[in-house]
Design a protein around this ligand. Structure first.
Ligand code: BGP
Length: 477
């Protein structure tokens, strides 16, 4: 077994339109759902109301101004030897309201230019069709994904971007972290729900059904328009352990995992799993509105690969009252065997190996780690060349451990397409909306209020990751 990763392994990084582009009303774009959100959990994930708040600072409006800096940023990423870059298309640049018949040419042109810039350096675009947003009009006027009419608009959007970028983009992803709709319906679903309402599940699973059908249609269209492309699903991945070896804790963990793997079960296998009925019964979900042909379409068009984010693991107990929030979107208990990030996320590289093996055995399809990394407060210090840098050994350590475990999983039979650490350039945090939670190899001089020079500086991890890529992982194995 070779000590290096394969030649065609997609090394790179990941971004998302709303967290980096800014320019939220430029070149014909109208607000998207995320443009209503401020800084702090209570102004976004927890308290999002999908109304514009002119008196708030909304970080997506400016973000890191990637819209105007993309050439400089792609050149910096190319300097690390990136083979792939994941980002998303902002639906509201292409169809500003969402329900128009004709796309916005200037929006299409922006992504043409961006993809050309990547390809110039041999960087493959890995494109998320929607990353935690939709045109705000679709949310306010139609009620987001609860409304079946979104299928028509989404199909038009997909057809437009597949046709336009068919020669440039060969890796596509459906909805970012689709399973997070069970925790935060505003982000993925485009509708507001009181998360204390015990009857919220009906809308959440009806919206999920529409998104499953939308993904199946997108998969079919993608294969028809770009026969040499692959289209995957994107799951918020997380490893979960039973608190004890009591069979009750083990069963609670199994059920907990189902809540997210349900999405992969449907989208990778093409049908609702056998436990759907009991899960819905427990959540008081009445039979969903499923139209004729939906299930056949889903069965005929499963996803080609399973992409996922992985940051942490959690511990599950049979006693729900003993569990609290973990990370962005999970409930659990802390694991005394693991270290914890500044944001309370438990660092578990071996958990990534176990998770890869589990997913690989459950779905028998290629896997792709499209997010991973450490959110941390970085301190900018002067470097030897009269510029600035960050001594981010903590980040290097986190990434190194996870790369070693990916390699071990591959040695155990896992088919892994690539590794795209999250926020390869510092960007706005999804959960908190702040800039001070940084993930990048490249520091961006912007603070939590959107103030700063927007200058970019290479961190210590920049040269480290460059060496990892150049040596096909050998430098850390
Ligand atoms: C994932 C999202 C990303 C991202 C990341 C880190 O859930 O897909 O958009 O931001 O988590 O989370 P955060 O930004 O909250 O630290």
């Amino acid at each position: 077994m070779s000590r290096t990763f394969p030649d065609d392994f997609l090394w790179g990084g990941a971004l998302a339109a709303n967290q980096c582009e800014g320019a939220y009303l430029e070149d014909g774009k109208l607000p998207s759902t995320v443009d209503t959100m401020g800084v702090g959990m209570e102004r976004r994930m927890m308290g999002a109301d999908l109304q514009m708040h002119p008196d708030w600072y909304c970080p997506s409006h400016k973000a890191i101004d990637f819209y105007h800096h993309y050439k400089e940023d792609i050149a910096l990423l190319a300097g690390m030897g990136f083979k792939a870059l994941r980002t998303s298309i902002a639906w509201s640049r292409i169809f500003p309201r969402g329900d128009e018949e004709e796309p916005n040419e200037k929006g299409l042109q922006f992504y043409d230019d961006l993809f050309d810039e990547m390809l110039k350096y041999g960087i493959q675009p890995v494109i998320t069709i929607t990353h935690y947003e939709m045109p705000l009009y679709l949310a306010q006027e139609y009620g987001g994904w609860v409304n079946r009419r979104l299928l028509t608009f989404y199909e038009r959007y997909c057809r437009t971007i597949f046709t336009r970028y068919k020669d440039k983009v060969k890796y596509w992803l459906n909805f970012n972290e689709i399973n997070t709709i069970v925790m935060f319906p505003t982000f993925n679903g485009g509708f507001v729900k009181d998360m204390r309402d015990p009857d919220r599940w009906q809308d959440i699973y009806q919206a999920s059904h529409h998104m499953f059908v939308a993904s199946a249609r997108a998969n079919a269209l993608c294969h028809e328009i770009i026969p040499d492309a692959k289209i995957g699903m994107m799951l918020a991945g997380m490893q979960s352990y039973p608190e004890t070896c009591k069979p009750e804790d083990v069963y609670a963990t199994l059920k907990h995992k189902r809540q997210s793997l349900f999405y992969a079960d449907v989208m990778m296998r093409g049908h609702y799993p056998a436990y759907t009925e009991s899960m819905f019964r427990e959540l008081r979900v009445k039979p969903l509105q499923i139209e004729e042909g939906d299930l056949e379409l889903m069965a005929a068009n499963p996803c080609d690969y399973l992409a996922f984010s992985y940051y942490m693991s959690g511990v599950i107990s049979a006693d729900p009252a003993s569990m609290g929030p973990m990370g962005n979107m999970a409930m659990g208990k802390p694991n005394p065997n693991l270290k914890t990030s500044e944001w309370g996320w438990q660092i578990d590289a071996v958990g990534l190996k176990n998770y890869l093996i589990e997913l690989s055995e459950r779905y028998e399809k290629p896997l792709f780690v499209v997010e991973n990394g450490l959110g941390a407060k970085d301190t900018l210090i002067p470097d030897r060349n009269g510029s600035y840098t960050v001594e981010d050994d903590y980040r290097i350590d986190y990434l190194r451990q996870h790369i070693v475990q990916m390699k071990e999983a591959m040695e155990d039979g896992v088919e892994l397409m690539g590794y795209l650490p999250w926020g390869c350039i510092d960007l706005v945090s999804a959960s908190g909306g702040q800039m001070s939670k940084r993930y990048g190899f490249i520091y961006v001089d912007v603070d939590d209020e959107g103030k700063g020079s927007f200058a970019r500086y290479k961190k210590k991890s920049y040269d480290w990751y460059k060496e990892v890529i150049a040596s096909k992982g050998e430098s850390v194995l």
